[in-house]
Design a protein around this ligand. Structure first.
Ligand SMILES: CC(C)(COP(=O)(O)OP(=O)(O)OC[C@H]1O[C@@H](n2cnc3c(N)ncnc32)[C@H](O)[C@@H]1OP(=O)(O)O)[C@@H](O)C(=O)NCCC(=O)NCCS
Length: 494
């Protein structure tokens, strides 16, 4: 949109728009509320179809609002998390993340995010007990985990595991129990929702630990009693039969801080995916599985893994300038820098930096730390990154901590997904209980494809050729050199 043309400000909370195609002026019928204007209101702005215009533009049916990548579209009202990206502020339910990281725990913060207030001692004890007593999974789950190939990515396992888990709980499935199962807001509906929340948070660590152990070729362990949320997670991954095994309190605490920092981040890609999926009223396990799939991508939860791969590829501090030049030539991406929302600094990155120091005191410094520091120091001073407001994000440091703790690279996104189920559930619960019920999320598109055309019988069609418009011949991945050299019927069709 262009610059404002005049400054006749009034106290009227409305928006007046002139459509220069028709010369008509419209006042958007809904008032501007919370500095937001309804996109649906723009449908009233219609114009006749110009002779050269495509029918598919649907111009007489009203103006559409385009927002590729959701840069400025609010899809829900939320009371959960507030981010001011310019000021580098993150608050859960009004509490600054710095205060929570210093004084709270992951499970207390989970209570806060989901139910809206900090719990009393009794409420927290009850919540802890409920979550921890839901950490067991059905014995058959072992078969499920064993069915993956030895080198399956743990995020593929975790994503599938949440969907699998849902198959056990018909009581949580609105397709079976009725559409109002979670939206009723009465006592039994709320209790049912809480049970699923306890289960999903309680079992998230167990599923993640099972994904870890299956890769290591280890037997599974029963979730231990008497340990904290992160303590029992570490135990479930690492215990190999030692007597009185207790995870390092430093690592247990550091992981708890990391979990708390990752618990929510308002409508990022994965949370939006959970809500979009949940808007069809599917069961929460399926919605969480969808969230995991979204988080798995390298632009989101996969970034901490990408940071380490990038640091390994840089090799040493001396190679940093050349690497930054290749980023500027757009041959490479500086993983762990940049954020859709934070444009000056990511407040979580300062807390993580401190946590890294605590961890390195007991684990020893990661060998990549020097390269990371050199890269960080050079990038924050470089005009290219300054101009684009690219600051280090949470993933720049978290990967180094996970590496120092000895986690395999591909497990890093799992360590992000496990705490993030809390945020996903908080948003899912909020949406189920929102005033006016749940409306299915169905965005619009701008159709730029072919206009109507008639089916042509196969013998009469012109052959359309070219990259991207026809499938490419690809070798069958199961065919070895030996098979290529062998003789068999139908070989020429391979
Ligand atoms: C997070 C991210 C996806 C945000 O994307 P976005 O809001 O769409 O930002 P844009 O892609 O519009 O970036 C704006 C500019 O900065 C550049 N840019 C953004 N992130 C960059 C990065 N990590 N390295 C190099 N250049 C980057 C873009 O190329 C673009 O440059 P241009 O204006 O000259 O075309 C993006 O910054 C990124 O890919 N970061 C690396 C992955 C990462 O760390 N993700 C974790 C996020 S917590």
């Amino acid at each position: 949109m262009g610059r404002p043309t005049d400054s006749n400000a009034t106290t009227d909370e409305s928006l007046t728009v002139r459509d220069n195609r028709t010369g008509k002026t419209y006042t958007v019928p809904y008032r501007i509320k919370d500095n937001t204007v309804s996109a649906a209101a723009f449908k009233a702005i219609a114009a006749p179809l110009r002779p050269e215009e495509r029918v598919e533009n649907e111009t007489p049916k009203g103006l559409r609002v385009s927002d590729k990548g959701f840069l400025n579209t609010a899809v829900i009202q939320s009371q959960i998390t507030y981010i001011d990206g310019d000021a580098g502020i993150l608050r859960y339910r009004g509490y600054p993340i710095e205060q929570l990281a210093l004084h709270s725990t992951h499970l207390e913060t989970a209570y806060l995010l989901i139910y809206g207030t900090l719990p009393s001692e009794k409420q927290l004890r009850q919540f802890d007990n409920e979550v921890m007593s839901h950490s067991y999974v059905h014995a058959d789950a072992e078969n499920f985990f064993r069915s993956f190939r030895y080198d399956a990515h743990p995020m593929a396992i975790l994503t599938s595991a949440f969907a699998y888990l849902g198959s056990y709980y018909g009581e949580a499935n609105p397709s079976l129990q009725g559409q109002k199962l979670f939206t009723n807001g009465d006592r039994s509906s709320l209790a049912n929702m809480d049970r699923q929340i306890f289960r999903i948070i309680g079992k998230a660590t167990t599923l993640a630990a099972m994904a870890y152990r299956v890769r290591q070729g280890r037997e599974f362990v029963i979730p231990p009693a008497g340990l904290s949320y992160t303590g029992q997670f570490l135990y479930q991954m690492d215990h190999l039969g030692q007597e009185n095994y207790k995870p390092s309190p430093v690592l247990e605490k550091a992981l708890d801080v990391l979990f708390l920092l990752h618990a929510d981040h308002e409508l990022n890609a994965s949370c939006t995916t959970v809500l979009q999926t949940g808007s069809s009223l599917v069961d929460p396990y399926s919605a969480i599985a969808a969230g995991c799939a979204s988080l798995y991508g390298p632009l989101h939860g996969g970034a901490n893994e990408a940071v380490i791969r990038m640091l390994i590829s840089i090799g040493s501090p001396g190679n940093v300038p050349a690497f930054l030049e290749s980023v500027k030539r757009r041959e490479k991406v500086l993983s762990g820098f940049g954020h859709r929302v934070y444009k000056t600094s990511d407040p979580r990155s300062f807390i993580i930096r401190k946590t890294a120091d605590e961890v390195f005191k007991v684990t020893g410094k990661d060998e990549l730390m020097e390269t990371a520091m050199a890269l960080h120091d050079a990038a924050i001073k470089d005009e290219y990154f300054v101009k684009r407001q690219l600051a280090p994000n949470v993933d720049f440091w978290s990967g180094l901590i996970y590496r120092a703790m000895g986690f395999p690279l591909d497990f890093f996104p799992v360590l992000f997904a496990v705490p993030r189920v809390v945020g996903w559930l908080a948003h899912w619960r909020q949406m189920m209980l929102q005033e006016g019920g749940v409306k299915i999320w169905r965005p619009r598109q701008v159709y730029v494809g072919s206009a109507k055309r008639d089916y042509v019988p196969i013998g009469n069609r012109p052959v359309v050729r070219g990259l991207k418009v026809e499938p490419l011949p690809v070798p069958h991945s199961g065919i070895s050199k030996r098979t290529e050299l062998a003789e068999f019927t139908g070989k020429s069709k391979l």
